[in-house]
Design a binder for this molecule. Structure first.
Ligand code: PLP
Length: 369
């Protein structure tokens, strides 16, 4: 067996996984139609409903990563020629545009500067102008560390008759979600962030209105694997074979969900907020400053502008991140796209959202600087 080094994963994901989740995943296999496994799947689907804040029957762990969840939400709801409006506040909003364009949709977008939220006013104007079938945006933009307010934009989209798609990859299990109250029709997440599981599953949920629209499509969904009407054969009541569910991954998710619910979502969210606040307080004296203004900071993922003293060191900021990894076993993330070289993205997600991890990072940084 290849032994990998131990790492403290303080990047944008994956985050560290508890021994309990790893043990759940290491159990001997049963079949994906075995009643013992199907009971676990029932529990997972019920607990995902609780965390998403939904009564949607079509709530399931898709057998693929968060990007497949994004693709599932968009390709089910969009037919070639349909109009979609995407709010782009970072890389993952941009990815939504690419996915929608490949599905043959006519994409319009509202872009904001990295580090800013999408403002409801311009979004509502763009909705009124383009009359889209779908409005899509990201709740927790991991590329910038912005927490996007959802309700006003979702309401404007709903009032215009549009379906609302929301990316909750970095918010599920880190912040309380209420997707039914917010009026969301399709939502996706990932397991490797605040749920503290390995990557590989994408929890998704579709409203009854969205499912009805998919069933009423003129043309079949352009993906066999992600077509929710076919997936419902297995993830709905019948438990008919569709594909071989990744049993061990689902067992890990079941354990992770139990841990989240045992802690309680409010307490877990408070733990994430406190850890993020202590991170900013610890790193500001070293010259790191938050990219995002309060109150739009995303507690699970903090983006910090790297000081000139670090950028101008031999090896630059990337060299310092490499030293943290190689000498201290700590992973932190760099910037993406326009923010590459300018920010660090430090994740305190799931099990890792604790002050002692901030202290360990601070100690390592003080040694290196
Ligand atoms: N959306 C957001 C906000 C993300 O942070 C990520 C991954 O980091 C994705 C989508 C894509 O998820 P994955 O990398 O699991 O495919």
């Amino acid at each position: 067996m290849t032994r990998l080094p131990e790492r403290l994963l303080l990047g944008p994901g994956p985050s560290n996984v508890s021994p309990e989740v790893l043990a759940a995943m290491a159990q001997p296999l049963v079949g994906h139609l075995d009643p013992s496994f199907l009971a676990v799947l029932d529990e997972v689907q019920a607990n995902l409903r609780l965390l998403f804040g939904t009564a949607n029957a079509m709530t399931l762990p898709l057998s693929a990563t968060g990007s497949a969840g994004m693709e599932a939400c968009l390709v089910n709801l969009l037919e070639p020629g349909d109009r979609v409006l995407v709010g782009v506040a970072g890389v993952f909003g941009g990815r939504m545009c690419d996915v929608a364009a490949r599905a043959g949709a006519e994409v319009s977008r509202v872009d904001v500067e990295p580090g800013r939220i999408l403002e409801p006013g311009p979004m509502a104007e763009a909705i009124a102008r383009s009359r889209p079938k779908v409005v899509a945006f990201v709740h927790a933009e991991t590329s910038t560390g912005v927490l996007q307010p959802v309700e006003e934009i979702a309401a404007a989209a709903r009032d215009a008759g549009a379906f609302v798609v929301l990316d909750c990859v970095t918010s599920l299990a880190g912040l309380p979600l209420a997707i039914d109250d917010w009026g969301i029709d399709a939502v996706y997440s990932g397991t490797q962030k605040c749920l503290a599981c390995p990557p590989g599953l994408s929890p998704v949920s579709f409203s009854a209105r969205a499912v009805d629209a998919v069933r009423a499509r003129k043309r079949p969904v352009q993906s066999w694997y992600l077509d929710i009407t076919l997936l419902s054969g297995y993830f709905g009541g019948e438990r008919k074979y569709h594909h071989t569910a990744p049993i061990s991954a689902v067992l890990g998710l079941a354990e992770a969900l139990r841990r989240v619910l045992a802690e309680g979502m409010e307490a877990r969210a408070a733990r994430h907020r406190e850890a993020a606040a202590s991170l900013v307080a610890a790193l500001e004296p070293l010259g790191f400053s938050p990219l995002v203004d309060e109150p739009h900071r995303l507690p699970p993922l903090t983006s910090l502008l790297v000081p000139a003293s670090v950028r101008e060191r031999p090896g630059g900021e990337a060299g310092l991140r490499r030293a943290l990894l190689e000498r201290h076993g700590i992973e932190v993330g760099g910037g993406l796209a326009a923010l590459a070289g300018r920010i660090w993205r430090i994740g305190l997600m799931g099990e890792n959202a604790r002050k002692e991890n901030v202290e360990r990072l601070l100690g390592a940084l003080e040694q290196e600087l």
